[in-house]
Design a protein around this ligand. Structure first.
Ligand code: NOJ
Ligand code: NOJ
Length: 646
């Protein structure tokens, strides 16, 4: 079936692929059997991923080698950047595909490692690699790997552990294939920085709730640990904690195989203790805690964490919280049922209550009006395929009070007991078949809302006809589709959780001081602790309400003339008499900087740039000082803006 080409399948299925089909024009031909859809879409999805990776990706001209661009969409929404999370999850899928036999992917993986070694050294608004690893928490960079200076939800602490996990999978394969030396010299130093970051920053420096108690909605004020994977709320996220745990478990094993130290890895049992005790509320895992969020905490991030950590060799009661874990099954039911509400997602009212439906990030979502996401709907299928695979392998299914409701939906006679595989038609088989059919029904939903050219955007509308919306050709949507097909075909990623032990009874969390160094053997520049001097940029610029002033310049700290990376200035001292905008920025000592100011007008009107270029020499630094060493006294040279009155 794999040999049948996509276009011939589509032509056979209805002749819809004549010429290029614009996004959202036609749905995937509905008559096509699910298996055929999956076979065709799998190839489209893999090509979709590769088209978004530099330097040769056909949809991302200008992207640097190994940089995975989130989407070719440059505006509405602006996704022409590389996110550490999206890239790492995508690479993990490519590494798996490579291990399953797709050897053509190897150059992409090698480029990725090289790109990330460099990226780790790029000083950015979250910090720098040296001395304390702060810069590793930066969520996104420009497509050439330079820093992004705009306002953003930062730091995001899932990037480093996800990146470590992708690289560890590849490293383990290399070791098995006789390349231990290469891993030791080249890849381990990149991984070690990320593990250091996890060990240093995973911990919330405030008391944990007692074991079994969830205080997500208690409103207790706590220190935040970082922004969640959806880049919206600062606190602790299940997804992030789960990725941190996994990276330390696998990191410890790899370190041992290489004879390397991993001080951070000793935190693994404590991260597990937190994962195990802080998020579960008796019915589902609260997606985000340790912050005040006006949400119920039902969030796709939990299911996505579980599938990312799937291990066919881990038992259903493994502390690694596999899809077949009773709590995960309960969580899954609560999550899916939330989206059955027809006033939330009207398109779901067409589906019977036993069928898969369209799923989104969390019920309170308003981003692009809050719609279903392709990657989450395929994620639900993957979750169920994972559970089925594990039950098949172990030959029994244990239903308990926690998971009973999940099972009765699909097998009404289910009881809290263990069903053993004893006949070809008995309850064990019937449950497996029902869950498999349920999994397939989520893929059918995706099929129904996939345009005929197979392109996968980020979202599809929650109202009929469910047209694609938000970012087009989202790399993560494509990667999620490919990953789902692996599980459906019975291809499982390498084990990691086989021997994990339960969390300690009492949590005593801590943080380990990280050791950071540029991974020069992998291509990182040999950065040293920089000497910076703080410059206070002050400019007089009369502005109207709704207009903003930015500072742009040639140095990387000023965004290298990228408007997207220009530094936003502040107007908190602005008066009519002194229309002052300012920005306080540490710059590399001794550097000559060229810069100018720009007006960002309201109502989508064009920017207004100054008509002069300014230069400034950054003074010598004073070690350890963050005092302002130079202050400018500029006045905007160029047109004034006028409000578009929109
Ligand atoms: C962009 C983020 O990527 C997205 O997740 C978020 O919902 C919007 N900003 C709104 O904050
Ligand atoms: C918004 C999503 O919420 C976030 O998870 C993702 O990293 C970015 N878009 C880029 O795809």
């Amino acid at each position: 079936m794999r040999s049948r080409t996509t276009s011939s399948l589509l032509l056979a299925a209805g002749g819809l692929l004549l010429g290029s089909v614009p996004l959202a024009v036609a749905e995937w031909p509905q008559g096509v059997p699910l298996d055929d859809f999956i076979t065709a879409e799998r190839d489209i999805a893999l090509q979709g991923v590769l088209a978004n990776i530099g330097p040769n990706g056909t949809k991302v001209p200008g992207a640097g080698a190994g940089f995975v661009i989130a989407s070719p969409s440059r505006t509405s929404p602006p996704y022409f950047y590389t996110w550490t999370r999206d890239a790492a999850l995508t690479l993990k899928t490519l590494v798996d595909d490579f291990i399953f036999g797709n050897t053509a992917l190897r150059p992409y993986i090698d480029d990725y490692i090289h790109s990330q070694a460099i990226l780790q050294t790029v000083t950015n608004p979250s910090g720098a690699l040296l001395p304390n690893g702060g810069g590793l928490g930066e969520p996104k960079f420009n497509p050439d790997g330079s820093r992004y200076n705009g306002n953003w939800g930062r730091p995001q602490r899932d990037g480093p552990p996800l990146r470590a996990v992708a690289m560890i999978a590849y490293s383990n394969w290399l070791i098995e294939n006789g390349e231990l030396e290469r891993v030791n010299k080249t890849i381990w130093p990149v991984i070690a920085n990320d593990l250091s970051y996890v060990g240093q920053y995973w911990y919330v420096p405030s008391p944990f709730p007692p074991k079994g108690h969830n205080d997500a909605n208690s409103g207790a004020s706590r220190n935040s640990t970082g922004f969640d994977l959806w880049e919206e709320v600062s606190g602790s996220s299940f997804f992030t904690t789960h990725a941190q745990y996994r990276s330390l478990v696998e990191g410890a094993e790899l370190a041992q195989a290489l004879g390397q130290p991993c001080i951070a890895c000793a935190q693994a049992p404590q991260v597990l203790c937190f994962l195990d005790s802080a998020y579960w509320n008796g019915e589902y895992f609260t997606g985000n805690i340790n912050g005040n969020f006006n949400r119920d905490g039902v969030d796709a991030n939990v299911m996505l964490a579980s599938i990312a950590g799937f291990d066919i060799n881990a038992s259903c009661d493994s502390p690694s919280l596999q899809p077949c874990h009773s709590r995960m099954l309960s969580n899954f039911k609560v999550f899916v049922d939330t989206f059955r509400n027809p006033s939330l997602y009207p398109i779901n009212s067409q589906f019977p209550s036993t069928s898969g439906i369209a799923l989104g990030r969390y019920p309170e979502d308003i981003y692009y009006t809050g719609n279903p996401w392709y990657l989450i709907t395929t994620g639900a299928a993957e979750f169920l395929y994972d559970a089925v695979a594990r039950w098949s392998k172990q030959g029994f299914i244990t239903v308990d009070d926690t998971s009973l409701a999940f099972f009765t939906d699909l097998y009404p006679d289910a009881e809290a007991k263990t069903y053993k595989k004893c006949s070809k038609t008995g309850p064990f088989r019937q449950i497996l078949d029902a869950v498999t059919a349920y999994a397939d029904s989520f893929v059918s939903v995706v099929q129904q809302y996939t345009p005929s050219d197979g392109s996968l955007a980020e979202q599809f509308l929650k109202t009929a006809p469910g047209s694609p919306t938000s970012a087009s050709d989202l790399t993560w949507s494509y990667a999620a589709f490919v990953g789902m097909t692996h599980r459906r075909e019975g291809h499982f990623p390498p084990s990691w959780a086989q021997s994990v032990t339960p969390a300690p009874e009492t949590c005593s969390p801590g943080s380990t001081a990280g050791i950071y160094a540029p991974a020069t053997a992998a291509g990182a520049p040999n950065v040293t602790i920089g000497c910076t001097s703080t410059v206070l940029f002050v400019v007089n610029a009369s502005t109207y309400y709704g207009e903003n002033i930015y500072l742009s310049g040639n140095s990387s700290d000023l965004g290298k003339w990228y408007l997207d990376s220009a530094m936003p200035m502040q107007s908190s001292n602005y008066t009519d008499a002194r229309p002052m905008w300012f920005a306080q920025i540490p710059l590399t000592a001794g550097e000559t900087v060229t810069y100018k100011y720009a007006r960002e007008q309201d109502c989508g009107q064009p920017w207004i740039w100054e008509t002069v270029n300014r230069t400034l020499e950054v003074p010598a630094c004073v070690e350890g000082s963050t005092e302002v060493l130079l202050e400018t006294d500029d006045a905007f040279v160029g047109e004034r803006g006028s409000s578009g009155a929109c």
